[in-house]
Design a protein around this ligand. Structure first.
Ligand code: UDP
Ligand code: MG
Length: 335
């Protein structure tokens, strides 16, 4: 019998825990051939969330309800990582506590994996009903920019509500970087994903933890974690300024040849030197930045490749070690 584990990050969700648990149980009834674990990750809540979780855990009978309580609020991405790295289920789902991620989608998600051969099924909102227009606008702009300047292929409306096979979970956990831009990491690890579409749902109780500044910070982290294009932009800027300095020098030179008798001020020569040196300095900064970007990507220690399947029998631990130590393999790291 296979086990499905739900990982539920919770931050100040005291009103949602029991509602979530009841809704999840309804869905479990529809899937009698599976065992279920619910892992609540209490992300340093300041209200009664943890006690609520403990209470629910004490009344759970058919399914296992367990929890991890973090020492303070580390943010949703870290809470998810905590849950994933401790997970044991054959299939693992990430789902919000506020019922904005409808648990009944688990049924088509399981079908996608078991019957259709996908490795992962991810929920995607087709409408942004009930969301402020400005948030939708910035969200669309964010996806369009990040897809252009990184190797990532993110889809607007994609959520982090998903169900995945054990192999996918292990690859995500093997991405040991601190600054965790989860959507980017999901896209980076690859695997066959099926999008399961649904209409936006309002949260059942409590308040969203996001404000506009928080979202901006999230977007910014996404760019910095996966994109090095801005640094390359610095090099181009430097080169352009240097070229401009040459063009300027040439124009002044030609003008001087044409009218040798017109007296020249020192202004021209100072401008030429300024432009030239400025260009050289900016280019050098860009080159240094480029190396810094590579060091940044390198210290993330991402795996060099991720295997989907193989018929070569080898201890999977060896594979990982090989990926970490073999420097000769031309790195496929997407910058
Ligand atoms: N969450 C968390 N830590 C945080 C912020 C949020 O674990 O620092 C959890 C929260 O309890 C919820 C999920 O992440 O289960 C989504 O948060 P929220 O509903 O506030 O985000 P939104 O749905 O508005 O994007
Ligand atoms: Mg929510």
């Amino acid at each position: 019998m296979k086990t499905i584990e739900l990982i539920v990050p919770c931050y100040n969700e005291e009103k949602c825990i029991e509602l979530f648990y009841n809704a999840a149980k309804e869905v479990f009834k529809k899937l009698p051939t599976f065992r279920f674990i619910i892992t609540f990750v209490d992300d340093g809540s300041k209200d009664d969330t943890l006690n609520e979780i403990k209470r629910v855990a004490s009344i759970a009978r058919e399914e296992v309800v367990q929890y991890i309580a973090l020492s303070r609020n580390f943010g949703k991405e870290s809470a998810i990582y905590a849950g994933l790295s401790k997970s044991t289920g054959d299939y693992v789902a990430l789902i919000d506590a506020d019922l904005q991620h409808p648990p009944e989608l688990l049924v088509p998600m399981i079908d996608a994996i078991e019957k259709e051969g996908y490795d992962r099924a991810t929920a995607r909102r087709v409408s942004r009903k009930g969301e402020p227009l400005i948030r939708s606008f910035f969200s669309k702009a964010f996806y369009s920019i990040i897809n252009h300047i990184t190797v990532l292929d993110l889809i607007s409306g994609s959520t982090d509500y998903c169900l995945m096979k054990r192999t996918v979970v292990d690859s995500i956990v093997s991405m040991s970087e601190r600054e965790r831009f989860t959507k980017g990491i999901y896209s980076w690890v690859g695997f066959k994903n099926k999008w399961i579409e649904y209409e936006n749902v309002e949260r059942i109780a409590g308040h969203t933890k996001w404000n506009f500044l928080g979202l901006l910070r999230y977007a910014y982290n996404g760019f910095i974690a996966f994109a090095t294009t801005p640094l390359r932009g610095v090099i181009y800027l430097g080169i352009i300024i240097t070229i401009v300095s040459f063009l300027y020098a040439a124009t002044i030179g030609i003008a001087a040849l044409k009218n040798p008798l017109v007296p020249r001020t020192g202004y021209n020569s100072i401008m030429i030197v300024l432009l030239f040196l400025g260009g050289v300095i900016i280019t050098t900064l860009g080159v240094i930045g480029e190396y810094l970007a590579r060091i940044y990507m390198e210290v993330k220690n991402r795996p060099i490749y991720i295997e989907r399947e193989t018929n070569i029998e080898r201890d999977s631990g060896d594979d990982q070690k090989k990926a970490e130590t073999d420097n000769d393999i031309c790195s496929g790291k997407g910058l």
